[in-house]
Structures are given as structure tokens and as C-alpha cells.
Design a protein around this ligand. Structure first.
Ligand SMILES: CC(C)(COP(=O)(O)OP(=O)(O)OC[C@H]1O[C@@H](n2cnc3c(N)ncnc32)[C@H](O)[C@@H]1OP(=O)(O)O)[C@@H](O)C(=O)NCCC(=O)NCCS
Length: 154
């Protein structure tokens, strides 16, 4: 029987500080660096859920909402919305916090799809997700529509 887990089991929170080497000449965090951090957070999340090595299959709905600046503290949260056979959809959000004001604001959100691999690098079955809250149930239902639409656009 397929193992069932909640998204709380693998929810991942990662923090970074924006250093000069992460920014453009205006001191704004580079988009690619932020997506790299989000990819790492979602890799940790998917691997803890799957209990397998996982690879990024796709990244979609990436929204850069507000710039982060040098010195800001970045917090990234990654959570599995739903798993299928070997793939998992991970919702990732990132916030930037100003040290002096301690104010945090949402800077990015995106959906990552990770695929679990077995020892022969072939897709491996992953545990199912049991959504708990109303918000999780909504994300769970919509995850199937998003999966179908991203595969159609491949
Ligand atoms: C992702 C990958 C493993 C899929 O392998 P594949 O042989 O095409 O596997 P399948 O067609 O059997 O699909 C396996 C799963 O991946 C999903 N998938 C495949 N391509 C996808 C895509 N572009 N976007 C989202 N999901 C995708 C399928 O829907 C399927 O999910 P399911 O098992 O839950 O139904 C393969 O394409 C790959 O290795 N890509 C490169 C990954 C990589 O290098 N990432 C960056 C470094 S981590």
C-alpha cells in the first residue's frame, strides 16, 4: 500500500542573507540567485517527502513581486502541495526582511515540480499527500489542473 504523509512532514524553511556578490550594480538581488535558493529549498523538501534523490523537472508561475536589497534576510518556505506517481508539486514562497525595521515582505512565489529517482535514475514511486487545512485541500485539488496544463505546454 502507498505510504501517506502530510506536507508538514517535509515543509522546509531556509534562510539566506543577500551579499554584494548576489546583486546587480543597483544592489538588487539577482533573480537567478533567488531561484537557485528556491530550487535548493524545494529539493530538500521533495527529497524528505520522497525519501529518494529528486531532480527538478519544471519551474512555473515564477513571480518576482518586489526587489530584495543587499543586507536583507531572505526566508524561503517550500511545501509539497500534492504528489502523483513519481512527481511532486512544491509551492515555494520567499520573503525579504529589512534588518533595521524588521519588516518582512513577500518577494517571490513559484511552483516547482520534482521527480524522484531510483538507484537506476528511473522515476520512483513517492508517498501520497493527505491535505489537512482547507487551504491545503484547495492547493491539492488545483495541483492536478496545474500538472495537466504544464504537461500540455511541454
Ligand atoms: C524529469 C525526468 C526524470 C522525467 O523523466 P521521464 O523519463 O520523462 O519520465 P516520465 O515521462 O516517466 O515521467 C515521470 C514523471 O515526471 C513528470 N514530468 C516529466 N516531465 C515533466 C515536466 N517537464 N514538468 C513536470 N513534470 C514532468 C511526469 O508527469 C511524471 O510524473 P508522474 O510519475 O508523477 O505521473 C527527466 O526528464 C530528467 O531527468 N530531466 C532532467 C532533470 C534535471 O537534470 N534537472 C536539473 C538538475 S536537478
Amino acid at each position: 500500500m502507498k505510504k501517506i504523509k502530510t506536507s508538514k512532514n517535509s515543509e522546509t524553511i531556509m534562510t539566506e542573507i543577500v551579499c554584494p556578490n548576489d546583486t546587480n550594480p543597483m544592489g538588487i538581488l539577482q533573480g537567478g540567485r533567488l531561484v537557485q535558493w528556491m530550487d535548493i529549498a524545494s529539493a530538500i523538501c521533495s527529497q524528505n517527502h520522497a525519501e529518494h534523490i529528486c531532480v527538478t523537472a519544471s519551474i512555473d508561475s515564477v513571480k518576482f513581486k518586489t526587489p530584495a536589497k543587499v543586507g536583507d534576510i531572505i526566508t524561503i518556505k517550500a511545501k509539497v502541495t500534492r504528489s502523483f506517481n513519481s512527481s511532486m508539486e512544491i509551492f515555494v514562497q520567499a520573503w525579504a526582511k529589512k534588518i533595521l525595521s524588521q519588516k518582512a515582505y513577500l518577494i517571490n512565489e513559484a511552483y516547482f515540480t520534482f521527480v524522484a529517482l531510483d538507484d537506476n535514475a528511473k522515476p520512483a514511486f513517492v508517498p501520497a499527500i493527505k491535505p489537512s487545512s482547507e487551504a491545503e485541500k484547495k492547493e491539492y485539488l488545483n495541483a492536478l489542473k496545474r500538472k495537466n496544463s504544464r504537461l500540455k505546454n511541454n
